[in-house]
Design a protein around this ligand. Structure first.
Ligand code: ADP
Ligand code: MG
Length: 327
């Protein structure tokens, strides 16, 4: 049977002798398994790093506007810094190109530059090779010593929160595949959610003092909450009616399909986090200050599963497993 992406990482890369040994590498505060690795070197600041590889035909259509490819590649990578509460320092770029075409490169680099300026993350270096189109972005960020929003900090009794509205990027994939052609504004809203995700950097930074655990929604809400639940050794109960669904999705999809997309679709790059109920008011105030919608969607419970409940408290069977390569 084919290995799942996560099984593969666990079996072959999270192995002793390859991973950092805490005794030999005390500077590696956090290795494989979270949104970023964390490196300490005795200063007041720690370094957070994360690599994302985007492959043409898998993560974006090869014929997409090159400026949007560039902008999205950096935004998506920065989302992992946001998920740790880190502040961007700079990025390195690994670019594999079938042909060196000036107009494509001008568009791609303009998109990268727009995101680099918007998020304060300059290009530091990289590597360029010939081959099938692929964009690898490694982001480097900083955190105050000893701090980070990790996946393993959720505690029973915490509330579960999500930023923004979900489902639009996943539905955009159907537009890109030609299976759906919504009219007018809905199409533009869906495509913009997919191509122009906004890494929640200010939110992540502010949550350092409020949240117990966090990660970004890249694989799908339930899958990503599952990562927090597993790392923290807890379960979660979500209220289906509370999960914020993108209005563009509600305009185009049936109610059932909209819920499926919000719970299981990926690529939204919002943050999900857990926080003690004492932080409820400060989190609402933070959302108002940053003008980011923050919704409490459930709570952390003893157990191991992420369950979705209807208005009557009954368990809703959900047939979504999140996005995974190789399955
Ligand atoms: P994210 O979606 O936040 O980018 P992933 O789901 O891609 O994270 O990866 C999960 C964890 O596995 C991360 O900590 C990542 O660094 C690690 N990882 C993924 N692929 C590899 C690999 N080939 N070698 C080492 N670590 C890996
Ligand atoms: Mg992530």
């Amino acid at each position: 049977m084919a290995l799942s992406e996560f099984e593969l990482i666990r079996r072959y890369f999270q192995q002793p002798g390859l991973m950092a040994d805490p005794l030999l590498h005390p500077g590696v505060a956090l290795g494989i398994g979270d949104d970023c690795a964390l490196l300490d070197f005795g200063a007041a600041t720690r370094l957070a790093i994360s690599l994302d590889v985007l492959v043409a035909g898998v993560h974006f259509p090869a014929a997409a506007d090159p400026s949007l490819i560039g902008e999205r590649a950096l935004a998506v990578a920065l989302s992992d810094l946001a998920a740790m509460g880190a502040t961007p320092l700079g990025f390195t770029l690994g670019l594999t190109l079938p042909v060196a075409e000036a107009s494509w490169l001008a568009g791609f680099s303009a998109g990268l530059a727009a995101a680099a300026q918007r998020y304060g993350c300059p290009l530091l270096g990289g590597d360029t090779t010939a081959g099938p189109l692929q964009v690898a972005v490694q982001v480097h960020g900083t955190l105050p010593a000893g701090k980070a929003l990790r996946r393993d900090g959720a505690r029973v009794g915490d509330e579960v929160w999500v930023s923004g509205q979900l489902g639009a990027a996943a539905l955009a994939l159907e537009v890109l595949a030609g299976r759906l052609s919504p009219e007018g504004e809905a199409a533009a809203a869906l495509l913009s959610a997919y191509y122009r995700p906004v890494p929640q950097l200010a939110l992540g930074r502010a949550l350092l003092d409020l949240a117990h655990a966090a990660q970004d929604v890249s694989d799908g809400l339930l899958a990503d909450l599952g990562h927090i639940a597993r790392a923290s050794g807890v379960g979660m109960e979500l209220q289906l009616a509370a999960v914020p669904v993108s209005p563009a999705v509600l305009a185009v999809a049936t109610a059932g399909r909209a819920s499926e997309l919000a719970l299981g679709g990926g690529d939204d790059y919002q943050l999900v986090f857990t926080a003690p109920s004492a932080a409820h008011q400060p989190i609402e105030a933070l959302g108002a200050r940053l003008q980011v919608l923050l919704t409490c969607i459930g709570r952390v419970v003893a157990g191991a599963d992420v369950e979705v409940l209807d208005a009557g408290g009954r368990r809703v069977p959900v047939a979504v497993s999140g996005y995974q390569h190789f399955t």
